[in-house]
Design a protein around this ligand. Structure first.
Ligand SMILES: CC(C)(COP(=O)(O)OP(=O)(O)OC[C@H]1O[C@@H](n2cnc3c(N)ncnc32)[C@H](O)[C@@H]1OP(=O)(O)O)[C@@H](O)C(=O)NCCC(=O)NCCS
Length: 237
């Protein structure tokens, strides 16, 4: 993988870059590529990119060996059992964190999962060596897009898989995107904030959960809603 070749660097690639302010010292900043700013096929000082956090700099190292043998694809009926297994394994991190009256085992039953799919949640999966290790759903509701049920197998978390799935799903929507999660799932909130999502106000949250989601009142109290910039820019929602 070459830091100065555009073909080796894509949105979702993990890289080390040198920010303009660090050019003298050569200090490296690690992150995930959001956009590629160099237009030509190569650049002697490294391809210029913007990271998910907004930092701009030239790539010095491409760290994509984690992604080898991996692919993102839409899930189908044959993936049902695996989606069910991944959700319930990954959701173990909620145990003891979300309010006790919201926790159950399995966290999501097969009936609930079937109901979500029937309601229009389309799951996409991240595969490693032909095996699903992470899933994320997208649901078009009225005039917005919802990201639903984001889960990565416990041992595979924090290796950039969620980032890649989220980037891919965001590309599929030209409408405002919203995400609901547990207020206590601070790691999940941070994960979405890194992608530029921001929390909406408490009043707005209740209105939105009622309008676009169908969840019980107790879950409204214990949830947060995050929205993308397009939603905030539109203001009319
Ligand atoms: C949330 C989740 C889908 C993210 O996928 P992932 O592949 O683990 O995330 P990535 O490696 O792409 O991104 C990592 C970022 O997510 C956040 N994050 C994810 N899990 C975290 C954890 N356990 N502790 C702290 N931060 C965490 C951090 O901000 C991290 O950024 P950093 O690497 O700069 O510290 C995955 O961790 C998961 O399945 N968690 C359990 C279920 C859940 O909370 N789902 C969200 C439902 S809306």
């Amino acid at each position: 993988m070459a830091a100065n070749a555009r073909r080796d660097i894509k949105p979702g690639t993990e890289v080390d870059i040198v920010l303009k302010k660090d050019q003298r010292t050569g200090k490296l900043t690690r992150g995930i590529v959001k956009d590629i700013l160099t237009r030509s096929g190569d650049h002697p000082h490294g391809i210029k990119v913007r990271l998910i956090g907004g930092q701009v700099g030239r790539v010095k190292n491409v760290l994509n060996d984690r992604g080898s043998g991996s692919a993102i694809r839409q899930c189908n009926d044959r993936d049902f059992e695996m989606i069910y297994a991944i959700i319930n394994e990954a959701a173990q991190v909620y145990k003891g964190v979300i309010p006790a009256d919201r926790w159950k085992e399995p966290y999501m039953s097969k009936e609930e999962l079937k109901h979500e799919i029937a309601a229009g949640v389309v799951f996409w999966g991240f595969e490693e060596n032909n095996r699903l290790v992470g899933v994320m759903g997208i649901q078009y509701v009225q005039d917005v897009t919802l990201i639903r049920h984001a889960y990565v197998r416990l041992k595979k978390q924090q290796r950039g898989i969620g980032n890649k799935l989220l980037l891919e799903l965001c590309k599929k929507s030209d409408r405002p995107i919203m995400i609901g999660t547990w207020a206590d799932a601070t790691w999940a909130i941070r994960f979405y904030e890194k992608h530029g999502f921001k929390r909406v106000s408490e009043e707005e949250k209740s209105r939105l959960l009622e309008k676009y989601w169908s969840i019980p009142p107790r879950q409204v109290v214990t949830s947060v809603v995050l929205a993308d910039q397009q939603w905030f820019d539109n203001g009319k929602y």
